[in-house]
Design a binder for this molecule. Structure first.
Ligand code: HEC
Length: 228
């Protein structure tokens, strides 16, 4: 309302006063007063009709108090509420509602929110730049032991500890799990093995989330050792 006039102060110097908080406060008081005179009597009458008796007055008090008989209660509300309502824009109590400022994104609609920094896609076979450009690890005893332990955690439930599906509790529900992992792996290069583990293949899941590249090479070494 009047408050908005302050926005035009750049065009008309006289409107500058609307930018002073003191002037605004005074203005708010004046408008509040105006509205109080405008609606106050109606409201007081309304309250009087609804409340009937009005403010209770003790009979044993001074007789001068009796003139107040019939005055409705709650009139104070008017004094409180109207200025509050009208000066809201000026006082500007920050209403706590985060949903007001959040960007609303409907399903399948833009704007798409950017993925957090450093996040990596894990759904489906996606080539990640720079991978599997890592170099294979030498098949040392340490690497083989690490590979065996990791194979036991990540692969044995489908392939069996020896890659022969023996004891593969999950693998028995996957008829396509190769009967001999060693034989299948022999047909694959080291890089291919690495990629199958990282990206998965058909119903074999990607294990890139569970294994870092070094651990994956340890497993490749272990799988290679199965045939020997
Ligand atoms: C949830 C079960 C499951 C797990 C866990 C699993 N695999 Fe597999 N794996 C499969 C299935 C199913 C196939 C057959 C995929 C096809 O050829 O369709 C397969 C195939 C393979 C192949 C042959 C791929 C080819 O190109 O023929 C290799 C090698 C292999 N898995 C290694 C591993 C290794 C190493 C791990 C552990 C890091 C592992 N798998 C974990 C289910 C699994």
């Amino acid at each position: 309302m009047l408050y908005e006039l302050g926005n035009f102060s750049s065009e008309l110097n006289a409107l500058n006063v609307f930018r002073y908080i003191t002037f605004r406060a005074a203005g708010a008081t004046a408008t509040a007063m105006f509205f109080l005179f405008l609606f106050g009597p109606t409201l007081i009458n309304l309250l009087r009709v609804r409340q009937g008796k009005g403010q209770p007055i003790r009979d044993d008090g001074p007789t001068t108090h009796h003139v107040k008989r019939g005055t409705p209660t709650l009139g104070g509300l008017v004094i409180l509420l109207i200025p509050l309502l009208l000066s809201f824009d000026i006082v500007h109590i920050p209403w706590i509602n985060k949903m007001d400022d959040t960007v609303v994104v409907g399903a399948q609609e833009g704007p798409r929110l950017a993925a957090p920094a450093k996040s990596v896609p894990v759904q489906g076979p996606v080539f990640i730049a720079g991978e599997p450009a890592t170099a294979p690890l030498p098949a040392t005893g340490v690497s083989l032991r690490r590979g065996q332990a990791l194979f036991g955690t990540n692969c044995a439930m489908c392939h069996g500890m020896q890659g022969d599906k023996v004891g593969a509790e999950v693998g028995k529900y996957f008829p396509e799990v190769p009967q001999s992992l060693a034989a299948r792996a022999a047909a694959l290069s080291d890089q291919d093995l690495f990629r199958v583990i990282r990206l998965g293949k058909n119903r074999m899941p990607s294990l890139a989330e569970n294994l870092n590249p070094g651990e994956t090479w340890d497993i490749v070494n272990y799988v290679r050792s199965l045939g020997e």
